[in-house]
Design a protein. Structure first.
Length: 437
């Protein structure tokens, strides 16, 4: 029985708690949970917890309560790493392997062989065949030879020792914590198979990290840079390796259309003194991709392919919920030109505010399509003031949340179909208030 307890204790000391849940935010924050049933020697458990930062929580269990727990830095080894790209990586991934190390001793080259037992940022620890331990400064190492075989990655970890109020031979240990890593990303491959249909391949990409396991319940959370709700993708039963991961997420056929877009500026340069500007612009070609799937498309770079699979352009896809449209900007087209001018038409006293003036403004937007094809064009332009809805034609005015010197702000929008070689002229009018001097 004593031998059994010693065996269980030694196994417990070597146990690396497996990863069971991982919540990875787009800003790099990570919340993780590790859990396992491990041997408890006389109510004591010792396990290793991989990670850069120590665990924050020891989650309660129904069978026991922790009396006390301690943490100290440690490392774990993970086999099956990628071929190292530098001497430092070769050294770090050869722990536990017999190696021959060439190092510089003064002005002479020396060579020593042995089992590489450990590596620190400054030293190498070798054990020779005579059982003699040798410490070599890493700065003196010039070359390392090792036998072929799987490389071993060395990752930071924490040794967790817990005292429990239980006599059970096995205890379930669950720890959780926060860490900070490089952010995850998503990439898209969009093949334009027909003039209206495209095949989309979406893949999540996770950078190398001290988090690995199988199966892992993975949550990827996208947090917008501006105020807005976060979105979460739940990917259960994932196999995650400590090296970089590519997780296929979606393959679907979607419909798309070609759309030219242009965003024009607010021409009110100054309210005091009142100044109006003019603007010129070229329309930008874009693709309008309709998300007909039941999942939200994550934001990320897009590689566009033609029907034969050859790359034709690169773009970016915004966060696109189901049933909405995502716009993929491509490139400005100099053959579609826009000119915008505004002029003051009247000025009068504002009866509601002493000293203030009400100013009427007339705007003219000219659009010329010099391409040999018919194009669909969407135009957006913010303005300061209140638009005259009876003079917008088929345009639309949408209120914006911000104000400027007491004036409301609106977004004017037009969508029109331009024939080849056609020129269109759009007129609009609005009124704004100049503050008292």
């Amino acid at each position: 029985m004593t031998k059994l307890w010693l065996l269980l204790g030694s196994l417990g000391a070597q146990t690396v708690l497996p990863l069971t849940r991982l919540v990875w935010y787009s800003d790099g924050r990570v919340y993780w949970v590790r859990e396992a049933l491990v041997p408890a020697l006389r109510g004591e458990v010792t396990v290793k917890v991989p990670g850069l930062k120590p665990p924050t929580f020891l989650l309660p269990q129904a069978d026991y309560r922790p009396k006390a727990w301690t943490l100290r830095p440690d490392t774990v080894q993970v086999p099956g790493q990628l071929v190292p790209a530098s001497l430092d990586q070769l050294v770090e991934q050869s722990v536990g392997v017999s190696v021959a190390v060439v190092y510089l001793a003064g002005a002479e080259w020396e060579e020593i062989s042995g089992l590489l037992e450990g590596v620190t940022p400054t030293d190498l620890f070798l054990r020779k065949a005579t059982d003699e331990q040798v410490v070599l400064p890493r700065a003196s190492v010039r070359a390392v030879r090792r036998a072929a075989g799987p490389f071993v990655g060395v990752f930071p970890a924490w040794r967790l020792s817990v005292r429990l109020d239980t006599t059970l031979p096995l205890a379930r240990v669950t720890v959780a914590g926060w860490d900070t890593l490089a952010p995850w990303g998503a990439t898209h491959l969009l093949q334009l198979t027909t003039p209206t249909r495209a095949l989309l391949h979406t893949t999540f990409e996770l950078p190398a990290s001290p988090f690995w396991g199988e199966p892992v319940e993975l949550f990827l959370v996208h947090q917008p840079s501006e105020a807005g709700p976060a979105h979460t993708w739940h990917l259960p039963l994932q196999k995650i390796s400590p090296s970089s991961n590519r997780l296929p997420f979606l393959q679907a056929e979607l419909s798309y259309s070609e759309l030219y877009r242009v965003s024009l500026p607010d021409l009110v340069e100054s309210l005091e003194p009142f100044q109006l500007a003019s603007a010129k612009a070229n329309a930008e070609r874009s693709l309008q991709l309709l998300n007909s799937q039941k999942v939200t498309l994550p934001p990320g770079p897009v590689q566009l392919l033609d029907a034969e699979g050859l790359p034709i352009a690169r773009s970016g896809l915004p966060l696109t919920p189901p049933g909405t449209t995502g716009y993929l900007p491509l490139a400005p087209d100099p053959a579609i030109q826009l000119r915008l001018q505004e002029s003051e038409t009247r000025r009068e006293k504002d009866r509601s505010t002493p000293g203030a003036l009400r100013v009427g403004v007339q705007g003219t937007l000219s659009v010329q399509n010099s391409t040999p094809r018919e194009v669909r064009l969407r135009i957006e332009k913010p303005l300061t003031g209140r638009p005259s809805t009876d003079k917008l034609g088929f345009g639309q005015a949408t209120p914006l949340p911000e104000r400027r010197a007491g004036n409301p702000r609106y977004l004017l929008q037009w969508e029109l179909l331009l024939r080849p070689g056609a020129t269109e002229s759009l007129d609009y009018a609005y009124e704004l208030t100049l503050p008292p001097k």
